[in-house]
Design a protein around this ligand. Structure first.
Ligand SMILES: C[S@@+](CC[C@H](N)C(=O)[O-])C[C@H]1O[C@@H](n2cnc3c(N)ncnc32)[C@H](O)[C@@H]1O
Length: 209
C-alpha cells in the first residue's frame, strides 16, 4: 500500500487509523518503531474482539456480492481472504494489550493528534482519508492532512478512491493546495498493491526544504 522500503522501516512511524490491523505487531517484530493511533484504542481487547466478530461475516458477505470489484491474484478466494484477515486481526489482538502498555497503541482521533511537531519520520494512513470523503468532508480532510504533516516529516495516504470506486474529489485540490502556498511537495504514486480494483495509488507529502 505504501511502497515501504527497508529505509522507511528504519524511521519512527505513525500508523494513523490503524484499527485492528497487524502492521504494528509485524513491524515491531522486525525491529521497527511504530506507534498506532485510532479512536478504537480507548477500548480493551475483549471489546475490539467482539466488534471484529460482529463485522467479520458482514464484510466477507459484501466482498462475495461484489467479487468482480477485487483483484484475486495474490489472494485466491473470499474464504482465503477471510483466513488472512482473521489471522492478521488475531496478530493485532495478541499484541494489543502488551503494545498498549509499551505506548505503541494510543487513543487518538484526527484532526487533532496527541503528538508533538515533527515527532515522526513517517505517518501512514490507510483506508480512512479519501475513502470516506462524503462522510468526512473536505474541511476535515484538509485539517487532518495538515495535522499529519505537522507531526511527521513525510505523510503517505492510501488509497485515493472514495467509496463507490471513484477518485476522491479532494485529491487533486489537496495536491494543488499543498504544493501552493503551504510549502509541501505532494505527489501521486502508483504502488505495487492492488486488491480493490483501481485502488493502487497513494499520496506522498513531504516538506519543501
Ligand atoms: C477501514 S479502517 C482501516 C484500518 C487500517 N488502516 C487498514 O487499512 O486496514 C478505518 C479506521 O479508521 C479509524 N478512524 C475513524 N475515524 C478516525 C479519526 N478521526 N482519526 C483516526 N482514525 C479514525 C477507525 O476506528 C478504523 O479503525
Amino acid at each position: 500500500m505504501f511502497a515501504l522500503t527497508d529505509a522507511d522501516l528504519g524511521l519512527k512511524i505513525l500508523g494513523c487509523g490503524d484499527g485492528p490491523a497487524s502492521f504494528n505487531a509485524e513491524a515491531t517484530r522486525r525491529g521497527a518503531t511504530v506507534i498506532s493511533c485510532d479512536p478504537i484504542y480507548r477500548f480493551d481487547a475483549d471489546h475490539i474482539r467482539g466488534r471484529i466478530a460482529i463485522t467479520y461475516e458482514q464484510i466477507l458477505e459484501q466482498t462475495r456480492q461484489n467479487i468482480d470489484d477485487f483483484v484475486w491474484d495474490s489472494i485466491g478466494s473470499v474464504d482465503e481472504l477471510g483466513r488472512i484477515r482473521m489471522a492478521a486481526m488475531q496478530d493485532f489482538l495478541d499484541d494489543y494489550e502488551p503494545g498498549k502498555a509499551q505506548g505503541r497503541y494510543i487513543e487518538g482521533e484526527l484532526p487533532t493528534l496527541p503528538f508533538a511537531d515533527s515527532s515522526f519520520g513517517l505517518a501512514l494512513c490507510s483506508h480512512l482519508l479519501f475513502l470516506y470523503s462524503s462522510h468526512l468532508g473536505e474541511a476535515f480532510h484538509r485539517a487532518a492532512i495538515l495535522q499529519l504533516c505537522r507531526i511527521a516529516r513525510e505523510v503517505r495516504i492510501f488509497p485515493l478512491l472514495a467509496l463507490g470506486a471513484q477518485r476522491s474529489p479532494f485529491v487533486d485540490p489537496m495536491v494543488e493546495e499543498l504544493r501552493g502556498g503551504k510549502g509541501f511537495h505532494a505527489f501521486i504514486e502508483t504502488v505495487p498493491y492492488e486488491f480493490y480494483r483501481g485502488a493502487n495509488q497513494m499520496m506522498r507529502i513531504t516538506r519543501q526544504v
